[in-house]
Design a protein around this ligand. Structure first.
Ligand SMILES: [Zn+2]
Length: 209
């Protein structure tokens, strides 16, 4: 059990979920309501160092939110952002959603709640300055949350659905995800075709995590 020195929240951490990083220590980040906690833990579960920081500093760090691990190697994408949640492996992938970072706590809460939503419904994240709307796409093994901003939404929804359909049993490697985004970005204004889907499958064959 890990207690946040800032907000006193308690976290149950499974160390085996995380690789040793340096000198036998494991570094991991935990998202709390308006801050992140980054800790270095040794194998006897002693905390060697702890930092309270902003959400931007969790990018690239092994991240924990409730009972989920979160993939944080965020890649640059604009106009086409989505995240995926994998209930069986307790994994949330925000790598293709840079806009999620400033509202990370609310976005991750929404993602976990979306497990209760019907496919095709909308999940919203409200903050003082922003409102983010995600379309919920449910498949047997994953939930995809596609960011909707009223531009080309109809074709985007079809692309989100195509991605969810072609995703296999785990998220793609980061370099494969980058290639998917590069391939899709110029095409989101048009409806996906059979040959687009075929190409998506070919790119995804490049490797899963
Ligand atoms: Zn805290």
């Amino acid at each position: 059990m890990l207690v946040c020195p800032y907000c006193k929240n308690q976290e149950e951490i499974h160390l085996s979920d995380f690789q040793h990083s340096f000198g036998g220590l494991r570094r991991l980040a935990i998202v709390h309501k308006d801050h992140a906690l980054i800790v270095d833990i040794d194998s006897s579960f002693s905390i060697r160092a702890a930092y309270i920081t902003s959400f931007a500093n969790v990018i690239g760090q092994p991240l924990v939110f409730k009972h989920f691990r979160v993939l944080t190697d965020v890649i640059f994408t604009k106009y086409f952002e989505f995240m995926t949640l994998w209930p069986d492996s307790k994994l949330i992938d925000i790598r293709a959603c840079p806009s999620c970072i400033p509202h990370l706590y609310d976005v991750l809460n929404m993602a976990v709640d979306s497990l209760q939503y019907r496919s095709g419904s909308f999940a919203n994240v409200l903050s003082a300055s922003d409102k983010m709307s995600f379309v919920v796409i449910r498949k047997p093994h994953l939930v995809l949350l596609g960011l909707i901003d009223s531009k080309f939404d109809e074709s985007k929804k079809l692309w989100f659905n195509a991605i969810a359909d072609t995703y296999a049993t785990s998220p793609p490697k980061t370099e494969v995800l980058v290639r998917i985004i590069e391939y899709l970005a110029p095409k989101i204004t048009h409806m996906p075709t059979e040959s687009h889907i075929y190409k998506l499958r070919t790119i995804l064959a490049g490797g899963m995590l």
